[in-house]
Ligand binder design. Structure first.
Ligand code: ATP
Ligand code: MG
Length: 255
């Protein structure tokens, strides 16, 4: 998918959390501005505690903040199905619902009632994540990798404008992680969707990202570049080593 106009604009974002007395303790994100183009795959790297999840939660509409966030030019004031979040936690599915009921629940909430249509969408998106035929299983019957695949299918099925992914592969073993990375790469090519993907893993950012940002304390963006390495990326790809070093230096420059 080629990249287009800005699907997300974050302007002068300020975010602090309140303490027990209701007072805003300190700014977690200060004066952050960011523009993301349609169909970009933006990877965000940054040290623990710099505000990556906070940024994603503000974009998702889960947090109050100062500044402006626009989705397709419209000011975002609440959560919506145009921005779906996928988490690191394996337990983001309803444990009492089957895989198909998990995927269909938000679709029904969105107004799709026709059972055949719901089943068709479920099948289509399970196929995209290589999980055909597991509709009737419960989350506890699935491996961690399978649960993350279902969470991705569930998000994609809603056809959001933006998928917000907060370290979705961080808890997986290395082999499963590599496999999911290449599956996600394929999905991002096929789907008309913008991805914002947080990771601590430089390799993952280079493999997936069409653009990579490095954040430091208080949500400061210290590096923002296009990733022009040809996909699929391997450590042997031309430019990989230089990019890895630059990202590594930026990540560790302020420690
Ligand atoms: N609900 C909350 N109330 C108060 N402080 C919070 C809350 N959530 C996050 N924080 C603080 O905000 C800062 C940024 O947290 P955030 O979770 O955004 O970091 P992060 O960059 O995602 O870190 P990690 O890489 O470890 O996930 C941290 O200092 C954290 O303690
Ligand atoms: Mg986080």
């Amino acid at each position: 998918m080629s990249e287009g106009k800005a699907v997300l604009i974050v302007k002068d974002l300020e975010k602090g959390y309140r303490n027990e007395k209701g007072k805003i303790e300190r700014n977690i994100i200060s004066n952050l501005s960011l523009e993301v183009k349609k169909n970009e795959f933006l990877c965000i790297l940054g040290p623990s505690g710099c505000g990556k999840t906070t940024l994603l939660r503000c974009i998702a509409g889960f947090e109050a903040y100062s500044g402006d966030i626009y989705i397709n030019g419209k000011k975002s004031v609440a959560p919506g199905t145009d921005r779906i979040m996928v988490f690191q936690d394996f337990n983001q599915l309803f444990p009492w619902k089957t895989v198909e009921k998990n995927i269909q629940y938000p679709l029904i909430k969105k107004g799709i009632k026709d059972k055949r249509k719901l089943d068709r969408i479920t099948e289509e998106y399970l196929e995209k994540v290589n999980l055909s035929g597991i509709q009737k299983k419960y989350p506890h019957q699935l491996s961690g990798g399978m649960k993350q695949r279902v969470a991705i299918a569930k998000a994609l099925a809603l056809k959001p404008q933006i998928i917000l992914m907060d370290e979705p592969f961080a808890a997986l073993d290395a082999m499963t992680r590599t496999k999911l990375q290449s599956e996600l790469m394929q999905i991002s090519k096929d789907e008309d969707c913008t991805f914002i993907f947080i990771t601590h893993n430089i390799q993952e950012a280079i493999v997936l990202g069409s653009r990579i940002i490095v954040m430091s304390a208080m949500g400061k963006i210290i590096l923002d570049e296009k990733n022009r390495i040809e996909k699929p990326v391997t450590p042997a790809s031309e430019g990989y080593g230089i990019m890895w070093e630059r990202l590594h230096d930026a990540l560790y420059s302020e420690k």
